[in-house]
Design a protein around this ligand. Structure first.
Ligand SMILES: Cc1cc2nc3c(=O)[nH]c(=O)nc-3n(C[C@H](O)[C@H](O)[C@H](O)COP(=O)(O)OP(=O)(O)OC[C@H]3O[C@@H](n4cnc5c(N)ncnc54)[C@H](O)[C@@H]3O)c2cc1C
Length: 433
């Protein structure tokens, strides 16, 4: 491999108490939580919109649950998808277009500088201590210094650049497939089914809907790989959020793999549309109105921290003395890394479980937290805590912790977790019981 050496002095554009990289469900909550504690915060986002999968990714409904009183409750209310809108086990997908504004208003706090269209490309370290992020924006590169940094990039990029150990996928390295979600309108609600996924036994006539789709796929009407047709309800009648396209064997941290996967996913959208028109009662006149502006990534790096949580612990409803997210609840939901639908061992029910503080402190790096899908856990554990309700609660807890560290002039490993728990419960967040 040819290499060049490259170095230059960069301007320090700002010095903050807390720098949050990534503005998905975890990042926006981390930034706002830290700002509400009085910290001066930078929120850095590579896209031109905040929200991550809540906006650019077109992902919904907001799944999973956590103990009462977190920012997750505030956000589902703001996004117009409160609990009373639940259908069976799930809710409706929110309005992604409106969410672009709502979430921008949410982070528009006097203590937060939001850097849109600004990509983290490197880190500044002194020994093991993270001092700041090198970012690239329209005017070139500059540095944002932070007393504490939160890696909410989903991909664990900051932690990786800072030298923390990371893992990807299951033992053979395969990760869950990538998917491009899209929205359709024009569904006849008197006839059009809703199908949440494998856990759903919805029928079309006498046949299970997913069996019907697979039967037609075997007859050549649809590629088998995309026969798990998941049609989620949205806040508007006649709309569906379709979570069905998929490409396997893609590592989205490898830039050379992205375009081909994205193109294939975009072609699958129209293959599915034809299938809906021909074979799904109530969907004869539906049309695609939008899709994610970025490929949906379920899984990339998991950053190994001071504790690595497992799915077995979660299934047993684990409790920890250093709990910071309480009663997290979602199945282990593994979309098949090597074929259609869900992995064979995909569904494992979890008793509401806790996430300990130590899952958020990456090994070998000081002044850094993770939040969101990149925290420290196994491949199977990740398949549960990656849902957005749980990521929001993680972000909030870590945002408060980061603000406390900055105020006390200490590193995350020196923070008194009991003090953090008291601060969280004082805010009304349920942590015990
Ligand atoms: C297809 C699909 C379907 C899903 N379905 C559901 C569902 O129905 N319900 C549910 O609750 N969850 C679902 N999930 C899971 C959920 O959406 C994610 O796990 C969750 O959004 C993770 O939140 P996050 O904040 O960690 O990351 P993200 O939402 O991915 O946000 C990360 C943010 O960081 C930014 N970023 C990344 N790198 C950089 C960088 N270098 N510099 C600056 N910014 C950067 C990104 O642009 C992004 O905005 C689904 C996921 C996928 C992919």
């Amino acid at each position: 491999m040819q290499k060049v050496s490259y170095s230059r002095e960069l301007e320090v554009r700002g010095s903050y108490d807390v720098v949050v990289a990534g503005s998905g469900p975890a990042g926006i909550c981390a930034a706002v939580a830290a700002a509400r504690e009085g910290a001066k915060v930078a929120l850095v986002e590579r896209y031109g919109v905040v929200g991550g999968n809540l906006t650019a990714g077109y992902v919904g409904p907001i799944l999973g649950m956590v103990g009462k009183g977190t920012m997750r409750d505030e956000l589902v209310e703001l996004l117009g998808v409160p609990e009373n809108d639940m259908i069976g086990e799930t809710g409706r997908a929110h309005d992604f277009e409106r969410a672009k504004m709502t979430l921008a208003q949410f982070v528009n706090h006097p203590n937060i500088d939001v850097y849109l269209q600004t990509t983290v490309t490197d880190v500044v370290k002194e020994g093991d201590t993270l001092k700041g992020l090198v970012v690239t924006a329209g005017e070139g590169q500059f540095v944002l210094c932070g007393k504490v940094t939160v890696d909410a990039t989903g991909d664990g990029l900051v932690s990786y650049l800072a030298g923390a150990p990371t893992e990807k996928g299951r033992e053979d390295g395969l990760m869950q497939p990538v998917t491009l979600e899209f929205t359709i309108s024009g569904v006849d609600e008197n006839k059009g089914v809703i199908c949440i996924g494998d856990v759903d036994d919805v029928k079309l006539g006498d046949e299970r809907f997913l069996d019907y789709c697979m039967r037609l796929a075997k007859e050549g009407e649809l590629p088998e790989r995309i026969a798990a047709v998941r049609l989620h309800p949205m806040v508007y009648p006649g709309y569906r959020q379709v979570n069905t396209t998929q490409v396997n064997g893609v590592d989205m941290t490898r830039v050379e793999q992205i375009f081909k996967a994205d193109l294939e996913l975009r072609e699958q959208i129209y293959t599915l549309l034809d299938f809906f028109h021909k074979h799904l009662p109530g969907y004869e006149n539906c049309r695609v109105i939008s899709s994610g502006t970025t490929t949906g990534v379920r899984e990339t790096r998991r950053v190994m921290g001071d504790y690595i949580i497992t799915a077995e612990e979660m299934a047993a409803g684990c409790r920890f003395d250093d709990v910071i997210v309480h009663r997290a609840e979602f199945i282990v939901d593994i979309h098949n890394p090597e074929g259609s639908g869900q992995a064979e061992d995909h569904i494992q029910y979890c008793d509401p479980y806790d996430l300990p503080y130590r899952c958020f402190t990456p090994k070998g790096v000081e002044n850094l937290y993770t939040a969101g899908r990149c925290i420290s856990g196994t491949h199977r554990a990740h398949a549960s805590y990656r849902v957005m309700s749980i990521c929001m609660a993680m972000g909030e807890a870590v945002g408060v912790a980061a603000a406390m560290c900055a105020e006390q002039g200490i590193t995350p490993r020196k923070l008194d977790v009991k003090q953090l728990q008291k601060r969280l419960t004082d805010k009304g967040i349920e942590l015990y019981g």
